[in-house]
Design a protein around this ligand. Sequence first.
Ligand SMILES: [Zn+2]
Length: 339
Amino acid sequence: MQFPKVFTQVTMQKPENSWMKKYPSTIYQSAFIDLKNAISRWREGLGGFPRKKSKKEGDSFTVYKTAGVYPEKGKPPLPFTNRVTIPAGKQIRLPGLKTFRLKEQINFICSSQTFTVSRSADKWFVSFVLDVEKIPPTIHAVQKAGVDLGVKCLATVSNGSKYDMPATTKKANTALGKLQWRNRNKALGNKKLQIAASNKAKKYYVRLSRQHLRISNIRQDTTQKMTTDLSRKVYNIRIEDLNVAGMIANRKLAAAVSNNCFYEIRRQLVYKQAHYGTKVELVDRWYPSSKTCSRCGHVQDMKLSDRIFNCSKCGHCQDRDENTSINLENAPPDKIRLA
Ligand SMILES: [Zn+2]
């Protein structure tokens, strides 16, 4: 790759960009590769024109093992595709950067070409790609099942199993609320009025971001485990094609919906198809899955607050989410599309 000359000879020389010289050139190379991809995607009509990234938002950068980073004396620069061997242990050496201490130990020797360093709250993470053998496809115990992603319960499967959000999410959310309430009188700072944040407020911001990270980690862990478990057990997974944006616009549902991350679950189920050999299908959002009787097919109105389905025709009585999941499983073929 040719390192763009305009950047090094013009942009970097400007006095307001003097901070750019503090960092190794490998960081900018990956940014140029990303820019190239973004522009070619825009040319093909796959995305919008790339926007400028602020230095402040989303702390992350990628480094590669590139030519000219570790050239041996008297020898030509190494080819771009050279991989870096990562020895097992608690240290990692990033190409073009220094050696870093890891919180978690790597238990095996591996190699990678790209390293992405990112920050969440006040913690730094490094992620890299590994080549591994694909897990042989599992034989699914259940052939077909409907899954109702709910507000009360994380997911209800039509074979009778249920997945719940752990109680720790509620605890962590309460702790967050308490933290915000107790610090409401601190001088939190205001840019418009040019009031600086107090030292105590700065410490509070770190604690606050850590608490937000903790909540999102619990959520991520639960949804990942749930989608993996589901993909292992069920071959044909049917979920409702929900209008998530519309549900978040409804203020009463918003917190519950974004809390249970419907879209994230769907995204995970879809990409895990390749890993576990599953088939994810979406049921039309206008199909009355929660209003239909799973025994006789009678359709009746249901309020959001009704937790039990009581059929007025055949007297069938069932939990709302269980009834919905069975209807999703048995949805007619014209209401189904592949995810
Ligand atoms: Zn009925």
